[in-house]
Design a protein around this ligand. Sequence first.
Ligand code: KIV
Length: 306
Amino acid sequence: MTKTNTAGRRPVTVPRLRAMKNRGEKITMVTAYDATFAQMLEEGGADMLLVGDSLGMVIQGLDTTLPVTVDEVIYHCRAVSRASRTAHVVGDMPFMSFQGDPQRALVNAGRFLKEGGAHSVKLEGGVAVKETIRLLVSAGIPVVGHVGLTPQSVHAMGGFRVQGRSADAAARVLADAIAVEESGAFALVLEGIPSDLAEEISDRLLIPTIGIGAGPHCDGQVLVSYDLLGLTPNLRPRFVKRYASFYDDGVRATANYVAEVRSGAFPKEEHAFGNVKRPPAAASAGGGVTQPLRVVHAALGYGPEA
Ligand code: KIV
């Protein structure tokens, strides 16, 4: 496919993301699941494209991200990385692809880079996944952490609930964030936590924090692209701002198309490929498809039509 016009843009690398935090430049991340969206989002200037396991909810129509598999995320990763030129592509490690077994995590994470074309992987959890992050990083796989509201723990949390509201809970989120940085991750997603906690974590860590529902003080922000483009009509979480109305536009466009096909207004000749170019001899010899069928049949010796 035609690649994005990113003339003059430099690839968004791990060192560059770190430098952006040091310069106080906000980092922008959005989710992407296919090549066309990846191209559009990159052209819009997104620094990082996250092939999130949220694809289970927005692409597959699931209620949670839990059933999503490594193969499914890698499939979408390939499409996104094929279309992107300079954005940093992050593959999201789905539920049970890394938990509890660092060696399995290493094999799975490697597949995101080898087969999916991702530049890094993201995995949920803090203190509990320290060893796993260390192992991945020691193998040369850049890791983005994810703490606070971790959707893969939806049942343990009792729903998609804001985390770190009490002083004790906030201390646990902070400890998780520090564990992620100490393990060698190069960036950290902070999801669904109070703004002041996100600010404290962003100040304390050297690696960039990327917030979603974590207020304005993070080093960057991430949104699910379907939310920011207005493609999720039944969802209106407080932390989402819609920048377009793709769903409403899509309904309107489809209704216009349906009406025009039914009325005959579409397609017109300008949308078609003209007529068959016939050799003049074929027409004058009385053969060819321009002849009424009964004439052709008669020439072939068939009897009269019933
Ligand atoms: O899967 C996803 O889209 C995510 C973002 C919400 C951070 O993890």
